[in-house]
Design a protein around this ligand. Structure first.
Ligand SMILES: NC(=O)C1=CN([C@@H]2O[C@H](COP(=O)(O)OP(=O)(O)OC[C@H]3O[C@@H](n4cnc5c(N)ncnc54)[C@H](OP(=O)(O)O)[C@@H]3O)[C@@H](O)[C@H]2O)C=CC1
Ligand SMILES: CC(=O)N[C@@H](CCC(=O)OP(=O)(O)O)C(=O)O
Length: 343
């Protein structure tokens, strides 16, 4: 099949190219840019030399309609505008946050910009692959989850669905490598600022807060708010989300373990470490895996859950391809079977 990538010159786009290049069902990749028409991907990324020979095209709705699928790996506001023009003619897979929040007012509050139309928001399926497989299979507009929400939600899902934790007191403390902020230079992420440093940011105002709450409320069937605190750490890739919540009365360690094992028994990209064993970010580096470990403290009756992903793979491009596999009836793992880069 033929796919297009809009925003191919960014980190999400480059990761899509890397993964799609070896995908067994992809025959043709075309790349689009808002600023570099006519340039090649090698002009932007020398590591592609003699491997990836792709020339950037101008973004054009009629041209995009000719592809089986169009990936948008673009800043907020871009995919919602273009999807209006091409929906119905091709399948859209959006890596940005434009179509994730079902309530346009909530989007406008947290993103500080106009939301996509109600029709698009209704049509788009939020594609947390492990939990929304059936909806994903039947949609032509796929909204790929954010990187922090992917890590946090996969770690919390079995417990929230079973009402095994008190959802009024969930704390998510998350750390990300700097590729999470994209390729553009910024004073926040450049070497002198970030090397040998550890930063907290957007405390109580990160746009992933309502995204996580929206999904937890859908699972728990009640209103809730969370505390979500992101941090930047001096590494290139990786997210570690550490979640804390009180365990509801009556739940034993064995029952909690059984919840996780049942939830992820047939999910090829979730690897459970079990009670008292914790994963590191490097153990999923370059792959679509999400590794999860947990521990229940007998003294406080709180559970600590640790979930790690590669932000560019399971947190973005890898999950987007996992979702594409569902949308086109391919094997879930097609193009994504990789051993982590270690050490
Ligand atoms: N990095 C990560 O870990 C994750 C990122 N995401 C989301 O994925 C999206 C892409 O992220 P990332 O690749 O990191 O970001 P980058 O900043 O690295 O890349 C974004 C790309 O978007 C293109 N772009 C900029 N403005 C426009 C425009 N007006 N119209 C069309 N294209 C435009 C640019 O390419 P050009 O100038 O060539 O058009 C740029 O290379 C974002 O929405 C991000 O929030 C989601 C999950 C994780
Ligand atoms: C480290 C870092 O800066 N990370 C980004 C999240 C990346 C992501 O998932 O972004 P979207 O939800 O916009 O798609 C941030 O905090 O904004």
């Amino acid at each position: 099949m033929k796919v297009a990538i809009v925003g191919a010159t960014g980190y999400g786009g480059v990761e899509l190219i890397r993964l799609l290049y070896h995908h067994p069902h992809i025959d043709e990749i075309s790349v689009f840019s808002s600023s570099q028409e006519g340039k090649s991907m090698v002009d932007n990324y020398s590591h592609f030399i003699e491997i990836v020979d792709l020339t950037l095209e101008k973004i054009d709705a009629e041209r995009l309609k000719t592809f089986d699928a169009v990936f948008f790996s673009t800043p907020p506001g871009v995919s919602s505008e273009w999807t209006e023009k091409i929906a119905g003619e091709t399948k859209v897979i959006d890596l940005s946050g434009d179509l994730r929040l079902k309530d346009g007012d909530v989007y406008e509050k947290w993103y500080g910009r106009e939301s996509a139309s109600e029709a698009l928001l209704t049509q788009a399926v939020y594609g947390l692959s492990e939990w929304h497989e059936e909806e994903i299979k039947h949609t032509s507009i796929l909204s790929n989850p954010g990187c922090y929400p992917t890590a946090a939600l996969l770690g919390l899902a079995p417990l929230v669905q079973a009402n095994a934790i008190d959802t009024n007191h969930i704390i998510i403390d998350a750390k990300s490598g700097t590729t999470g902020a994209g390729r553009s230079l910024s004073p926040i992420t450049h070497f002198s600022e970030m090397n040998d440093n550890f930063k907290i940011y957007k405390v109580n105002e990160h746009k992933h807060t309502p995204e996580i709450e929206q999904q937890l409320m859908a699972w728990g069937e009640k209103e809730l708010t969370i505390t979500f605190t992101p941090h930047l750490v001096p590494m290139t890739r990786g997210i570690m989300a550490t979640m804390y919540a009180p365990v509801q009365d009556g739940w034993t360690k064995e029952q909690i373990k059984a919840l996780y094992e049942k939830a992820y028994a047939h999910k090829p990209f979730v690897r459970l470490r079990g009670e008292g064993a914790f994963p590191f970010t490097k153990e999923v580096y370059g792959t679509n895996y999400c590794d999860i470990g947990w521990s229940i403290d007998d003294r406080t009756n709180r559970i600590t859950i640790v979930s790690v992903i590669d932000n560019l793979v399971k947190g973005a491009s890898g999950q987007a391809i996992q979702n594409m596999n569902f949308m086109f009836g391919f094997e879930e793992t097609a193009g994504l079977n990789m051993v982590p880069v270690y050490p």
